[in-house]
Design a protein around this ligand. Structure first.
Ligand code: ATP
Ligand code: MG
Length: 180
């Protein structure tokens, strides 16, 4: 599995429709300070279901929507799609390609889609559980994450290992069953 394409519109500094096409292997993003490099990482985290505005370097959820500039009015919505190559079936679905989308309007609630079909945030979480990808998984190592892994409680440090071992979904299902 690899990240094939990122489509962004109205997210942070990406006012216009932008498409980033990636190849397997290593990709480096370079550019001057403030040009939007970290905003790409934020977009990836956001579409994976990030709910914490602090993790997205904002103070309210609306901060992810393009806020306008001297020459442009603010946009009313933002949308990010990630397309993953799933030919190796790393994600437990029968599709060769999986596109997940999140859209939010200034007025509030997020909408989520898997391959253009509306879904719940829960479905996105479950799709990525035990794959190493996902909002809280170890595929995104943000600034400070290394320190967090070294310094927090042993229970917290266990998380990434459980994800790598592929047992998160079983723990999740047990918790859900106990709640019912
Ligand atoms: P550095 O090299 O300093 O880390 P960077 O390339 O990572 O820079 P980012 O942090 O991705 O830069 O981008 C910051 C830019 O994004 C700033 O110019 C900021 O004004 C802009 N920005 C952030 N949120 C919004 C928003 N909601 N609307 C418009 N622009 C935004
Ligand atoms: Mg940066």
């Amino acid at each position: 599995m690899y990240l094939k394409q990122i489509d962004i519109v109205g997210f942070k500094s990406f006012a216009d429709k932008s498409q980033i096409v990636l190849s397997p292997g290593v990709t480096a993003v370079v550019g001057p300070n403030g040009s939007g490099k970290s905003n790409i990482a934020d977009a990836i985290r956001w579409v994976l279901g990030e709910q914490s505005v602090r993790n997205l370097r904002g103070s309210k959820m609306e901060d992810v929507i393009f806020a306008g500039s001297e020459l442009r009015k603010p946009t009313n919505l933002c949308e990010v799609s990630l397309t993953l190559d799933n030919a190796d079936r790393h994600l437990p679905v029968v599709f060769d390609e999986v596109t997940i989308t999140r859209r939010v309007f200034r007025s509030g609630e997020s909408e989520y889609y898997i391959n253009r079909q509306p879904c719940r945030l829960k479905d996105i979480h479950e799709l990525f559980m035990d794959t190493g990808l996902g909002r809280d998984a170890y595929s995104i190592i943000g600034q400070g994450k290394i320190e967090e892994m070294l310094s927090t409680r042993p229970e917290d440090r266990r998380g990434p290992f459980e994800d790598a071992a592929g047992i998160v979904k079983f723990k999740h299902r047990r918790k859900e069953a106990e709640r019912k």
